[in-house]
Design a protein around this ligand. Structure first.
Ligand SMILES: C[S@@+](CC[C@H](N)C(=O)[O-])C[C@H]1O[C@@H](n2cnc3c(N)ncnc32)[C@H](O)[C@@H]1O
Length: 257
């Protein structure tokens, strides 16, 4: 851990630091290192201490107001990019965008004539997402789930891609030490765990989407229950469950013809 922090302070690779044990830090650098080590001891995740996390090959700025993007979510981005390359969506919307990791990765990889949107209920999270999306043409909206986009989607219901990594943990999972410092709003999906996802599906079922795809990240044990919710709410949709790299059920894909 020390090598990572020193490499950050000196802007050198970890390998360089390991190969040069003779390096001396200035008193300013020593102070900085000691502050960082104190935060780590207090249980702050490395990404918060460094203020960034690599996601899909991009350096994403993070702070305590956003969830630290997880590698599992890269599976969702892969699926979104491959569907987009074949289907050329007119509109892409990322719900619960947090740091903006998903929408920024999509915008950087999808070169079709597409409008890019993202939303979050947390204004503080949106501020971070906007920072990460600087120079990219992404429109951010504040509000509950799909509501900020109801007008846009009523007007343009064809070829829409919706991505959402909403909170999906159960309250008891909050006891896990690794997530103690992340925002509750980004983690807990109500008693059932998938209440926000269900609410989003209800909103989507009222839209008249055609030739569209919805990609939702879920908890490892929610696929069966959510599939039956989807079957009830959007009976015309075709649902597929994708596993993450650790082989847990992780992404629900909903195709609407
Ligand atoms: C699990 S985090 C995911 C963040 C980001 N999409 C990612 O994959 O790293 C969930 C995000 O959903 C947001 N959120 C929670 N409830 C919401 C709601 N009702 N409407 C919109 N966003 C919501 C949280 O503020 C948080 O930023």
């Amino acid at each position: 851990m020390r090598e990572i922090l020193i490499s950050e302070i000196l802007n050198k690779s970890k390998e360089y630091i390991l190969a040069h044990p003779e390096i001396k830090l200035s008193s300013y650098q020593k102070k900085k290192l000691s502050k960082m080590e104190t935060l780590i001891k207090k249980g702050f995740p490395l990404a918060y201490v460094l203020s960034y996390k690599w996601f899909y090959g991009y350096k994403i700025q993070v702070n305590k107001n956003v969830l630290i993007p997880r590698p599992e979510t890269e599976t969702l981005v892969d699926l979104a990019i491959s569907w987009s390359s074949l289907n050329k969506p007119k509109t892409i919307i990322d719900i619960g965008t947090g740091s903006g990791a998903i929408i920024v990765s999509l915008k950087r990889n999808i070169k079709t004539k597409t409008q890019f949107y993202a939303s979050d209920i947390s204004k503080k999270a949106l501020a971070v997402a906007k920072q990460n999306a600087k120079g990219l043409n992404i429109h951010f909206k504040h509000g509950n789930l799909c509501s900020p986009f109801s007008k846009i989607l009523k007007k343009n219901p064809d070829k829409v891609l919706i991505t959402a990594n909403l909170p999906y943990l159960y309250p008891k999972q909050l006891l896990e030490k690794s997530i103690q410092k992340e925002p509750r709003l980004a983690l807990i999906g109500g008693k059932k765990g998938f209440e926000k996802i269900e609410q989003l599906l209800k909103q989507i079922s009222k839209l008249k989407l055609t030739n569209s795809l919805i990609l939702l990240e879920i908890n490892y044990d929610q696929a069966k229950k959510l599939s039956s919710v989807i079957h009830k709410l959007i009976p015309q949709a075709k649902t597929t469950i994708h596993k993450d790299l650790s082989l847990w059920d992780r992404i629900v894909e909903i195709r609407i013809r």
